[in-house]
Design a protein around this ligand. Structure first.
Ligand code: TEU
Length: 548
């Protein structure tokens, strides 16, 4: 498989990708049916979100059997066929390992409930009184992070939903179980692993209240996290594969350690600080306009410090938890096409491995839902109630959901203008936006200037230009209110990347005379008297002899 520095990863949320058996749910055979489309994109890996046996309280991030395929998605034979068929097309599969917690329907947790102490020690159970949780920590899905089990007279920890019980990684038997799960899928030909909230697995030795927060300071990038990752990687041989850790509320210092090859932990990390610049006071459920200067500060700092220290970023805007980037940071109406392409250019030429979330390459938008009954996500439904308990009106809560809900990225993939966007012959499990009439694969394949065709050019460019995967990076115009600009340099050449994040027309400094335009999201290159003019949401990439 391709080296992760020249690769692009395509994320598939199977429940919303393609329904092959007409039940309204996407499935693994649907993914197999679309492999030629994915190959046409030019990507190297598919990150498949969990399809393992699960009660689906968190759409599969509540795993009840790590080695078995949930019948909703298909069979083990389907998985094996998917791995083989993808490999035939030069595509490796990256599976999603949810190792911070299991579903409370997992056999281990059920045996713990039956009083088996071995399995109680697989989780974080604490004796206590029914009205006194061990700490005041708050679940990331709202409410208490502890659930009381009356017949055991114990609490168990769940950083997410109460049906997602946190595993006790301090227990060597738990670590061995996790390694065996990795070995099981590795020997089936899986070529990569994404580790879900993996920086939360190491819990503190002392359990105490958080007097000024929700408890995350005690378990985020916890005391033994680097030891556990080194052990997991060394004992399973996954250093030869592509691995990425989802790092919730992490630090740059830790991400350097997680991703520097000398540390033998992971290939790269997902961090989310750049995706909180529209969170008011850092709160997801409080809206504010995106702070563009802060976004550039975060992106440039992480790029420069990871470069200096030998770390490696996953670079991305979208995933199954985030709103659609063209609605969030672009303009999904007047400048829909230009801004979607500009956002892609902004991220794909950075130093790191780009991730594309299904439908992002089409410019799919947020869901235009108007009623709470249209939402499905456990986090969204919980916070719809919590926001109103905290004084927001129902319409204010709906407005916030429209901007923040994870369902924005979980509407079905838009394949065509046909009913149900070609996703299914049956009513889909979640509603499809009406704009699937023009935002879809079939339509965009036919359009020379489509967002889809632009993504293909970007993906191909990473393979053609070593300067993108190996070059150094530096930034300019960091204090400009509308422009995100950076330079990539290798040997005697530089790429100059300019992105106008606004509807304003911008005029910048004179350009080197030896410039060669290699990419842009407008059809022509209208430059006058040596200055650089950027039209609304315009991106331009020039090759020049190395800037000093
Ligand atoms: O996400 C963890 C995570 O950081 C997000 O869920 C975030 O906390 C949430 O959206 C609030 O902003 C991973 C998975 O990507 C997510 O789908 C799961 O729900 C979660 O872990 C629990 O497994």
């Amino acid at each position: 498989m391709a080296d992760y520095k020249t690769s692009t990863v395509y994320q598939i949320y199977p429940k919303s990708f393609c329904d092959s058996n007409g039940d309204g749910l996407g499935d693994l055979r649907g993914v197999i049916q679309k492999l030629d489309y994915i190959r046409e994109l030019g990507v190297d890996y598919i990150w498949l979100t969990p399809f393992f046996v699960s009660p689906q309280n968190d759409n599969g991030y509540d795993v009840a059997d790590y080695r078995a395929v949930d019948p909703r998605y298909g069979t083990m034979t389907d998985v094996e066929n998917l791995i083989v068929e993808a490999e035939k097309r030069g595509i490796g599969l990256m599976f999603d390992m949810v190792f911070n917690h299991t579903s409370t329907e997992h056999e281990w947790f059920q045996r713990a409930l039956r009083g088996e102490s071995k399995y109680q020690d697989y989780y974080i159970f604490k004796e206590g009184k029914p009205d006194m949780p061990p700490t005041n920590w708050v679940s990331k899905f709202g409410g208490n992070a502890w659930e009381y089990v009356p017949h055991l007279k114990k609490w168990y920890l769940h950083l997410f939903d109460k049906t997602q019980a946190d595993l006790n990684w301090e227990n060597p038997q738990v670590r061995e179980e996790m390694k065996d799960i990795i070995r099981f899928w590795k020997q089936k030909g899986v070529k990569g692993f994404r580790f879900d909230v993996v920086n939360l697995i190491s819990k503190p030795a002392v359990w105490e209240d958080d007097l000024d927060g929700d408890g995350r300071k005690f378990y985020t990038d916890g005391p033994h996290i680097h030891e556990y990752l080194k052990e997991l990687t060394a004992d399973t041989g996954i250093a030869e594969l592509i691995t990425v850790g989802e790092m919730s509320s992490t630090s740059l210092e830790n991400c350097i350690r997680y991703s520097n090859p000398a540390e033998k932990e992971l290939s790269m990390t997902f961090s989310f600080h750049h995706l909180k610049v529209d969170y008011k006071n850092g709160e997801k459920w409080e809206l504010q306009n995106a702070d563009f200067l802060k976004l550039k500060e975060i992106l440039s700092r992480w790029q420069l410090e990871m470069q200096a220290a030998g770390g490696w970023n996953a670079v991305f805007w979208c995933n199954h938890d985030q709103p659609r980037v063209v609605s969030r940071f672009g303009d999904d109406e007047k400048y829909w096409k230009q801004s979607a392409k500009m956002l892609a250019t902004s991220i794909h030429l950075l130093r790191g491995t780009p991730y594309i979330y299904q439908g992002e390459e089409l410019g799919m938008t947020n869901a235009p839902y108007t009623d709470i009954s249209q939402y499905r996500d456990v986090e969204s439904l919980n916070y719809y109630a919590i926001m109103q308990e905290n004084g927001k009106s129902a319409s204010e809560a709906m407005n916030i959901l429209h901007e923040r809900s994870r369902d924005n990225s979980r509407t079905p993939m838009q394949w065509s203008a046909a009913p149900n966007a070609g996703f299914s012959e049956h009513t889909p499990w979640i509603e499809i936006p009406a704009n699937s009439s023009y935002i879809n694969v079939e339509t965009e394949r036919r359009e020379e200037d489509s967002i889809l065709n632009y993504y293909q050019k970007l993906i191909a460019l990473r393979k053609q230009e070593r300067i993108i995967s190996e070059g150094s990076i530096s930034f300019s115009h960091l204090d400009h209110p509308d422009v995100f600009a950076y330079q990539r340099t290798l040997d005697r050449q530089s790429l100059l990347v300019f992105n106008n994040w606004s509807a304003n027309t911008i005029v910048l400094d004179p350009l080197p005379s030896d410039r060669e335009k290699i990419l842009g999201n407008y059809p022509d290159d209208r430059q006058t008297d040596g200055k650089l003019t950027l039209r609304p949401y315009e991106s331009i990439v020039y090759r020049v002899s190395a800037m000093n």
